[in-house]
Design a protein around this ligand. Sequence first.
Ligand SMILES: [Fe+2]
Length: 390
Amino acid sequence: MGESRVRSERSFANSLNRRQLLRRGGIAGGAIALAGLAGHGSARATTEPDEATGTPEALTPIVSRSGADLSGQELNLYSSRHYDTDQEFYDDFTARSGVKINLIEADADQLIERIKSEGDAGPADVLLTVDAGRLWRAQDAGIFQPIKSDVLEQRVPSALRDPDGNWFGFSRRARVFAYAKDRVDPATLSTYEDLADPKWQGKILVRSSSNVYNQSLVGALIEALGLDGTQKWAEGLVANFARDPQGGDIDQITAVAAGEGDIAITNHYYYLRLLNSTDDAQRKAAEATALFFPNQGEGQRGTHVNISGGGVVRTAPHPDAAIAFLEYMVSDEAQELFGKGNYEYPVVEGIPLEASVQALGSFIADPIDVRVFGENNELALLLMLRAGWN
Ligand SMILES: [Fe+2]
């Protein structure tokens, strides 16, 4: 209850910002605002104090591409991003654009099914989800429409979006190892491939093959090692499992801390979430482990990096607001929020990293086109099941 009051107060503050903006004639500067979104390192809008009054400056307004005011419009946003902090994006977008967001949250496959069953008159404008494998699945189901946007094309690297504009990556996440500091010498860690070596027998913790993060990792391995090579790898990995797969990535890290195994495969932000937790037990679990970025050696391809992202639904009733929302997600402000809210990496170059993300240090990411994860998805899952990866 307290929380909904806070939320409505925040919305009220946002509407004040919006009105302040309109009073200042900010909307007339729409073209400039969009150019600002497109520019790298464009001026920060929200936090610099106004010289004349000492109050925060008005937010950079968001208008449609044709310069039309979007205020009063609605945006029906279907999201399977399971991070509470995402509300900040929505409030910020509403404050800048005047567009009211109606949020539907569910599991990605449920949302894809729902959009399909709602048909041509369906209300969905935008689908947000995590993992390129799922974005590809949504595209395969025919629920996106191709979007042509200079802002999105300039800001999102081409390996992190669909070439036809059906979907775009908005944040990056590395799939890494969390190892037991007291039992594993990091000098003995090297690659994903090496986790199949018998020296790790009984030591490896990873979640189920039904999880799309693992399917995408294996999809990338198929590209690097071929089908036979990846099949052999999966068999070796399964032989090294500390236990039958269970739980999510966080459960793998806490299992390492509890001594059930020595190396967990996890997305980097789950580790940072534990490390930054206000809960002592969670923080201690993270502190007993450290992250290792695999495949960094000379001539190696780099660490597996996936995306979260989204696209405009084919039947979107509010396409202008939908495109403005996607463009907002790659603005400097939103790109920084991915770090502040969920410890993710931005997709746009030159965005400052959140402090604990920065502290992980720099690494080489596998430059593979993330579409490959989707293309190899079915093969990856079959191969994992055949290897006994439940
Ligand atoms: Fe996640």
